[in-house]
Design a protein around this ligand. Sequence first.
Ligand code: NAD
Length: 542
Amino acid sequence: MNNAVFNFEDPKNEHVLNYNKNSCEKDNLFLELNKQSNEQIEIPLIIGGKEVRTGKIGKVVMPHNHSHVLATYHMATEKEVKLAINESLKAFKEWSDLSWVVRASILIKAADLISMRYRYKLNAATMLGQSKSVYQAEIDSSCETIDFLRYNAFFASRIYSEQPKSTFNQLNRMEYRPLEGFVLTVSPFNFTAIASNLNMSPVLMGNTTVWKPATTSILSNYYLMKIYQEAGLPDGVVNFLPGSGSLIGNIAMQNKDLAGIHFTGSNATFNSLWRKISENLENYKSYPRIVGETGGKDFVFVHPSAKPLEVAVGIIRGAFEYQGQKCSAASRAYIPKSLWKEIKDLLIQMASEIKVGDVYDVSNFMNAVIDEGAFDSIMGYIEEAKKSTVAKIITGGNGNKSHGYFIEPTIIVTTDPNYRTMHEEIFGPVMTIYVYDDVDMDKAIDLCDKTSPYGLTGAIFSTDRVAASNICEKLRFSAGNFYINDKPTGAMVGYQPFGGARGSGTNDKAGGYLNLLRWTSPRTIKETFAPATDYKYPFMEG
Ligand code: NAD
């Protein structure tokens, strides 16, 4: 047994490649894009390390060219869900008993495999399957996935070394046990890195998972699963289970060994999972840990001292990168009348330059939204705004789903601060702006705080540092990730741990040590060297 007291060092974030014209990284990526576009793979379930085929088949298509089938995948039935739970429980003992340094080394190997061998494969799968641009795929499926894996090893070092005091005649220790049972992980379509982290942070702390990936990100998620296996993850530690969310969720949540759920996705889904857990409370061995990051209605608040160009760039990038399909995407803004004309002109000019289309054309700033349901829902908001007497579309407003699910970057200006698109999450390329009178800035701050049920991200732009500080204080509970003079997206692991409260989730800060703590159930061990030999205390002598 190796008895070294080992610590992983504070890592550097993975270097983001630029994919410049004529670079070899661009050539390699395009070779992989061509390969994946010209094949149609079959994706099995992976349970207990074995491939399982059910014959119940679904299709993975490109959102920007929806008649192109990239892959077919097998869907779990009741039998496979039960098998996956059994396999995860079977793998639990050996995995949780294993030295945590060995567990961490598997995660770090996975990070290095992505960095050196599978970067283009993961990026291409994310570009084609989830319709991300080169840059959006690079920062997500490669860099953020790698950062989560490496940083979590470092955070675990810090957690495990945190120990209680000991004193005369006693030795005290804290053992960071995993949760007893299996963890159900349910991942969203929009970030390959989140899908990875939902599994690998519980796994690092000694847990095993049953993983329900989103149907629209199965291609990149399958490659992740294969990389974990190649990195040495033992069979059954993560069980990859594409299929119907409600079928998998219902069976898993009825199981007495459900130890926790690690979720990222919409509020509706998270609420239904929480409800199911509460209905089953009497049946569980332990109270399941519920960790869920959900929706956002993220804001940009502009102080009259702000610089219009910086505001406009922050809004355009914050609202329209990845078609606004980031939980952190800017989707409402409060702008003072004194700056409005200048900011409006800049926004219209920039939005009109944005090209929307296929991921192959690197001059496209935006690509397609994820599927037809998303397209119809987003266009519904836009069509409603066209008819409204209190809203006006100043740029964009058109969509076309005949070939791919394309929607123009759309900016709505409303005179009603409570207009529907000021408080509902749209999850698409739609920004709504409310212009406030400069003298009413305090009222506008109050509106920003109270209009939406969410509390995920928000940004203020101001060159007046004292004003920025005051607004930051007034908006204390309106965002879990707050930005001063920057767009509200783009949190980096190790630098801006991510998550929000209110309607945005349990705020367990992915990309920080707080999330890892949720996957432990500590045991305190006190050892006494010379135990008492008389039950009486001195005060009893009278
Ligand atoms: P979604 O809720 O539709 O799906 C998330 C996952 O839940 C998918 O795997 C889906 O198949 C599964 N699911 C759906 N119904 C289920 C059920 N009844 N039981 C069990 N599982 C079920 O969300 P989405 O469209 O994939 O992602 C978009 C949402 O995710 C947005 O609301 C966005 O804000 C949120 N999100 C939040 C964060 C964050 O950190 N706060 C990050 C990314 C995405």
